[in-house]
Design a protein around this ligand. Structure first.
Ligand SMILES: Cc1cc2nc3c(=O)[nH]c(=O)nc-3n(C[C@H](O)[C@H](O)[C@H](O)COP(=O)(O)OP(=O)(O)OC[C@H]3O[C@@H](n4cnc5c(N)ncnc54)[C@H](O)[C@@H]3O)c2cc1C
Ligand code: FES
Length: 277
């Protein structure tokens, strides 16, 4: 029988592959050393831990059609626990528990246009829906992925973008400031969104990134006529237990580890002015 404490016990995994994405981010593939955890749905997260250091919530960013129990996560080093994960070499032991939280609602976008907006490491949280769209491209009309990064060096998954384009995803990458060796769009994701041609009544949008970016992206979508009820955002606020027990992730009436991270913007929007605990 599952007890309240047993759900907090991580399952041992071993680092199978480590891909350097940028100067501060890596993508880890983690293989279970015993029974695999349940499969995740795009948008959900895992609590990943390094023994003796700490535990952090990290989005599942793997291919949702893969069923071998291997977990895929992109980790940016910001503090102690994320740095320990980031630095974990191939063969190292890492703990994982989950998957937790809500998922992107991709079903309601079937037959419609899908616009996916990501800023910085927020791209990790939408990589799975992108891979799902790549695997089932004909389910949707147009699929557009708008990626914002500060500099070209900070773009995640650079080696995958052409493959996504070849699969029929319209990928636009914009950087904040002009840079040498960059001849793509310059400016914020909102400027790219404002130039999109969409049928607003048949468009669904997903966004993950800094909260200001998500707020302004929703305003740009408003201008295109896309109803806020058709926009979902992923709210990556600080978490501790991941299972709705500690209250650390409370935002208004929501516990984001349980009621999020994916939340309809109609619900999330009015709460976004609330500071973190
Ligand atoms: C649902 C969810 C999914 C996430 N997915 C990813 C992911 O796929 N990849 C990834 O690299 N990170 C992700 N994060 C963020 C990651 O959990 C934090 O970077 C991590 O918890 C920081 O812990 P730390 O011990 O390394 O640093 P700490 O010492 O706890 O913090 C170091 C600095 O980072 C800031 N910080 C802490 N947590 C966050 C946060 N959630 N967002 C922004 N700043 C934060 C702190 O305020 C502090 O300034 C996700 C967070 C959530 C809630
Ligand atoms: S992290 Fe503990 S209740 Fe959400």
């Amino acid at each position: 029988m599952t007890t309240p404490t047993s759900v907090l016990v991580p399952t041992a995994h071993r680092v199978l592959h480590r891909t350097v994405e940028t100067h501060d981010s890596v993508t880890l593939e983690l293989a279970p050393t015993a029974a695999a955890l349940p499969s995740f749905r795009p948008g959900q997260f895992m609590m990943l831990s390094v023994p003796g250091v700490g535990e952090v919530p990290i989005s599942s960013c793997g291919d949702p059609t893969r069923d071998d129990g291997v977990l895929t996560h992109t980790v940016r080093r910001v503090g102690q626990a994320s740095a320990a994960l980031h630095d974990a070499p191939v063969g190292a032991n890492v703990g994982a528990r989950g998957p937790y939280g809500t998922a992107w609602d991709l079903d309601r976008a079937v037959g419609a246009d899908l616009v996916i907006v990501a800023g910085g490491v927020g791209l990790a949280a939408v990589r799975s829906p992108v891979l799902a769209a790549v695997a089932h491209r004909t389910r949707y009309r147009n699929v557009t992925l708008v990626i914002g990064a500060r500099t070209p060096d900070e773009i995640l998954y650079r080696g995958e973008l052409d493959g996504w384009r070849a699969a029929g995803i319209d990928v636009v990458v914009t950087i904040d400031q002009p840079a040498r060796d960059w001849d793509g769009p310059v400016g914020f994701v909102t400027e790219v969104l404002a130039r999109l041609t969409v049928d607003p009544h048949r468009t669904y949008a997903l966004a993950c990134g800094p909260e200001a970016m998500m707020r302004f992206s929703v305003r740009a979508l408003d201008t295109l006529g896309v109803d806020r009820r058709r926009v979902q955002v992923s709210l990556e606020r600080n978490m501790q237990c991941g299972v709705g027990v500690c209250g650390h992730c409370q935002l208004g009436e929501l516990l984001l580890c349980r009621d999020g991270p994916v939340v309809d913007y109609a619900v999330a929007g009015p709460l976004l002015h609330t500071r973190e605990l």
